[in-house]
Design a protein around this ligand. Structure first.
Ligand code: NAD
Ligand code: DAU
Length: 360
């Protein structure tokens, strides 16, 4: 579920390109879902798509019966913290009620499978490190045993869905796995999130909004590494367990923003055509791109630091991120420079309205 979103589309590209799995992508196509992110695999005979809301049990049941999955990977969610502060209802509906509905449809389907298929079936719930809350003023890391302490409507809805998934295992025996990952970044990331927003604002010579002082810390994980991690969990994870997936890569927001500004400047030096395609960025670079940084109001209920202890995931599953941050963030900036058609198409009227209400 959620295969037209940022992480879901990376996962489907990975499953089609690097494995022999057949994939059914079940996605409602909200503002965050975009089938253009799957153009490179959409004609592959091992890939199918159905536009389905996970809250619709009839449509979901129909999809299960037609496709007969042996694994469910659940990524459909409302995922943006700021939107959950602006309007929590959709987060309760999709993240909690939708997950409940998906669990029930899955349970009914799983219960009638032959014993062998029943034993090998897996339900993998993709969740977030935000369920653990905040690591303010400590050097601690989130382990799989850190108590849940969510701060935002988004993280509370994800925590709630994690509890439902665990309960469906304990009570009904559904073979579940849960992963809690840190902040992903990479290609096809919707430009409401920090990294793509900063890249695209810089290319348009617009202010680079930094919440508070920019001292908040996130642990950044390259989305293609995450896709491989999910595949490892499905193949090697122990039923009923949760696994943290992080990047071992903590950055203060302000340093991320400055790094992106520098990378864009370097790309403009390497390629003179960029100054013609993005004249506003060229003007900003002449002034120093960092001068676009604008400090804006903190998020209410703001979590200061997230950081993941990946010992369990590394030791049990042999998980290791492939790319270094330097390489992957440079690839990400280059991807946005080379894929203007993709990001122009998602910056439609509803996107402009969101940006206006959030930042102006
Ligand atoms: P995203 O917002 O980019 O994509 C979400 C996808 O879910 C979209 O394609 C959307 O159309 C679909 N969707 C939303 N509501 C739906 C519904 N009711 N029925 C069917 N489909 C629906 O999200 P993402 O960044 O790809 O995140 C994927 C998952 O990973 C989410 O569960 C999120 O909580 C979790 N997560 C994300 C990050 C991150 O850094 N992006 C980090 C940790 C965990
Ligand atoms: O930690 C995992 C979470 O990472 C996921 O569960 C969420 O789905 C995902 O959206 C992400 O949440 P964040 O709130 O950390 O990501 P975001 O990109 O929105 O913000 C990253 C940091 O940057 C955060 O500290 C807020 C700050 N920020 C964000 C925006 C959009 C700014 O300073 N300026 C901005 O304009």
């Amino acid at each position: 579920t959620g295969g037209a979103g940022f992480i879901g589309s990376a996962l489907i590209r990975f499953l089609i390109n690097e494995t022999s799995h057949n994939v059914l992508n079940v996605d409602k196509l909200t503002y965050a879902g975009n089938l253009d992110s799957l153009k490179c695999i959409e004609k592959n005979p091992r890939y199918q798509f159905r536009q389905v809301d996970i809250c619709n049990d009839v449509a979901l049941t129909d999809a299960f019966n037609a496709f007969e999955p042996n694994v469910v990977m659940h990524l459909a969610a409302e995922s943006h913290v700021d939107r959950s502060i602006d309007g929590p209802a959709a987060f309760i509906e999709t993240n909690i009620v939708g997950t409940y509905n998906l669990l029930e449809v899955t349970r009914r389907y799983w219960a009638q499978l032959p014993e062998k298929s029943k034993a090998s079936f897996r339900f993998h719930h993709i969740s977030t490190d935000e369920v653990y809350g905040d690591l303010d003023n400590t050097l601690d890391l989130f382990t799989e045993d850190t108590p849940y302490d969510p701060s935002s409507p988004y993280s509370a809805s994800k925590a709630s869905s994690d509890h439902l998934v665990r309960a469906w295992h304990r009570t009904f025996g559904l073979p579940v796995l849960i992963t809690n990952c840190s902040n992903n970044y990479g290609p096809y990331h919707f430009p409401e999130k920090l990294i793509p927003l900063i890249i695209l604002n810089a290319l348009e010579g617009k202010p680079l909004p930094v919440y508070g002082t920019g001292a908040q810390i996130r642990d950044w994980l390259y989305v293609e590494d995450h896709a491989q991690g999910i595949d490892l969990v499905i193949n090697k994870g122990r039923i009923g367990e949760n696994y943290n997936i992080g990047g071992n890569n903590e950055w203060a927001n302000i340093d991320i923003v400055k790094t992106i500004a520098k990378l864009i400047e370097q790309e403009f030096v390497k390629n003179s055509e960029l100054s013609i395609r993005f004249p506003s960025a060229k003007a900003a670079i002449e002034q120093n791109t960092e001068s676009l940084i604008t400090y804006v109001n903190d998020r209410p209920g703001y979590d200061r630091r997230y950081a993941i202890d990946e010992t369990k995931t590394n030791n049990e599953l042999g998980y290791k991120p492939k790319d270094s941050f330097d390489t992957a963030i440079a690839k990400t900036v280059q991807w946005y420079l080379n894929n203007e058609a993709w990001w122009k198409s998602v910056m439609d009227g509803s996107y402009q309205n969101w940006i206006a209400s959030q930042y102006e």
